[in-house]
Structures are given as structure tokens and as C-alpha cells.
Design a protein around this ligand. Structure first.
Ligand SMILES: [Zn+2]
Length: 61
């Protein structure tokens, strides 16, 4: 253990952080965190749902 300054662990993978990518260890982990943040922030549309709502054919009355 080193007294004084302590390198916090990357919240994504737990590796020592890189000052260039604080608080992450790499650009990759920063992207991962950003992706998580966005996923929590925005509602992802259901991929199963069609882009256009299917219109039922009107009965030939
Ligand atoms: Zn990391």
C-alpha cells in the first residue's frame, strides 16, 4: 500500500484509473459508463415494436 495518494479504482472494471480518463481507466470504460448512463436516462423503444403502427383494414361495409 502506498501512503498518501491513492489511485481510485475504475468503477467499471476495478483497475487503477488513468488520469487521462478519470475516473475511469480507459476510454473504453468511459464509453461503457456513458452507455449505461444513457440507458438509464432514456427509455429505449421496444425493438420488437414496428416503426409504424399496423392499420387495421376497414371493414367493407
Ligand atoms: Zn476500467
Amino acid at each position: 500500500m502506498t501512503p498518501g495518494r491513492r489511485t481510485p479504482a475504475c468503477p467499471i472494471c476495478g483497475r487503477p484509473t488513468d488520469p487521462a480518463f478519470r475516473p475511469f481507466c480507459s476510454q473504453r470504460c468511459a464509453d461503457v459508463d456513458l452507455g449505461r448512463w444513457l440507458n438509464e436516462r432514456y427509455v429505449i423503444p421496444d425493438p420488437e415494436a414496428p416503426d409504424e403502427a399496423p392499420r387495421e383494414p376497414e371493414p367493407d361495409a
